[in-house]
Write a protein that binds this ligand. Structure first.
Ligand code: FDA
Length: 394
């Protein structure tokens, strides 16, 4: 006889555990299955080990999806304040770092422990190290085939995340199940990922590797004001990770260095008082010196005394500094991407419950759905909100 549960959740990550705790609390018998040895591995390594578990400013506009309205319902049903209240009930210290981003004071493991405790209190059964052989519809719901047994479920929740960081056990499982049940997928691609440059650019930018600078990075009409980091392979840092989710192969990104500074006025004033100094020296008072040297070289003005420069030449230099453009060759891919863009097409899901409209009892939550947040705690908030909404419905 197959074992039977009201709800089987595949994936003991952020969304799966939140869903399990809520469904169990509502009296459902819940089994969570995961092929990993430990639950919530991405939570554990997130936010540099401190887990940026939510963002106080979470709004639908902070998410990418083919249907920007889809996330609204779940995000309204479970807010950052709800998660903060949960964290506080468990006595976990937290702080706001910047831009509404909340982190654990101590360690991300506290969040995993909290979710485990919530599941335990709700009577949830957790089975780790379990490979899923197959999933099929049955007369009473769904049948999940494991290596040596089958499990019956009235409701089946797919919470296996995206493809990012395969080394940590990420798989395309959710997408395969979606396709098996006739749900369309929005093309998946790596998001929140460092961008790489072609070999020639690698050589000229190599000298800048390790430099971090405040920028406004833009791709099309989307802009982010955050720090950018030059790497040996290209560009990284929060501004680039953010813009990477909007960037497509072949497109250009534009970077304004020190966007809050009126460099034109400063350079023209300096021409009167420091006219004998070289362009890169004066520029280096406002930008990292290596970057000033690089930009002066790109502008063809290296070693030129500032006094030699006409207004037009200074304006040209400022245009370069505030509109430096680059065509990335690619991205670092799923190996380092924090998230997977695209996924299960939201047109096929009920936005209040996350249930597949054409397959009653089958649910998709978390990162596998075509809802992807910005950097800064938004992706966990989506995992909590979609998991909670589903947990209330199963
Ligand atoms: P998640 O990936 O968490 O869980 C999926 C689970 O399914 C895993 O336990 C996996 O083992 C299991 N699974 C997969 N395939 C399976 C299969 N075939 N069979 C059985 N089980 C299977 N976000 C944020 O908001 N703040 C942050 O600080 C960070 N930091 C961060 C750092 C790094 C390095 C990464 C890679 C990502 C982040 N993120 C983040 C993103 C965040 O981790 C991510 O959006 C959520 O973990 C998604 O939650 P899910 O529950 O959907 O998937």
């Amino acid at each position: 006889m197959a074992k039977s549960f009201d709800v089987v959740i595949i994936g003991a990550g952020a969304a799966g555990m939140m869903c399990a705790a809520e469904a169990g609390r509502r009296g459902r018998s819940v089994l969570v299955l995961d092929h990993a040895k430990a639950p919530g591995e991405k939570i554990r390594i997130s936010g540099g080990g401190r887990c940026n578990f939510t963002n106080l400013h979470t709004a639908p506009a902070n998410f990418l999806s083919q249907n920007p309205h889809f996330a609204k319902s779940a995000l309204a049903r479970y807010t950052p304040r709800d998660f903060v209240a949960l964290v506080e009930r468990h006595g976990i210290g937290w702080h706001e770092k910047t831009l509404g981003q909340l982190f654990c004071d101590d360690t991300a493991r506290d969040i995993v422990r909290m979710l485990m405790e919530e599941m335990k209190a709700a009577g949830v059964v957790l089975r780790l190290g379990t490979e899923i052989a197959c999933v099929e519809a049955s007369a009473t719901g769904f049948r999940v085939g494991l290596a040596e047994e089958t499990i019956d479920a009235r409701a089946l929740v797919i919470a296996t995340g995206g493809k990012s960081i395969p080394k940590m056990g990420a798989t395309g499982f959710a997408y395969r199940i979606a396709e098996q049940f006739g749900l369309a997928l929005v093309e998946t691609r790596p998001g929140l990922v460092p961008l790489t440059v072609a070999d020639a650019a690698k050589e000229s930018l190599g000298a800048l590797a390790g430099l971090a600078v405040d920028v406004r990075a833009a791709c099309g009409k989307t802009t982010f004001n955050e720090a950018m980091l030059f790497t040996h392979r290209g560009l990284s840092g929060p501004a680039i990770l953010q813009i990477s989710s909007y960037w497509r192969e072949g497109e250009e990104i534009r970077v304004a260095f020190e966007p809050g500074t009126d460099l034109g006025a400063l350079m023209k004033a300096a021409r009167r008082t420091q006219g004998r100094q070289a362009v890169q020296t004066v520029l280096g008072e406002h930008l990292p010196k290596r970057l000033a040297q690089h930009l002066a070289t790109e502008a063809g003005l290296l070693d030129r005394p500032l006094a030699d420069l006409s207004d037009k030449a200074i304006d040209g230099l400022v245009a370069l500094v505030s509109g430096w453009s680059l065509k990335p060759a690619g991205s670092e891919g799923y190996r380092t991407a924090e998230v997977t863009l695209g996924g299960v097409d939201t047109r096929h899901l009920d936005s209040r419950t996350m249930m597949a409209k054409a397959v009653p009892g089958l649910f998709f939550i978390g990162e596998c759905v075509d809802v992807t947040g910005w950097l800064g705690g938004y992706n966990f908030q989506w995992a909590w909100a979609s998991g909670f909404s589903c947990g209330q419905a199963v």
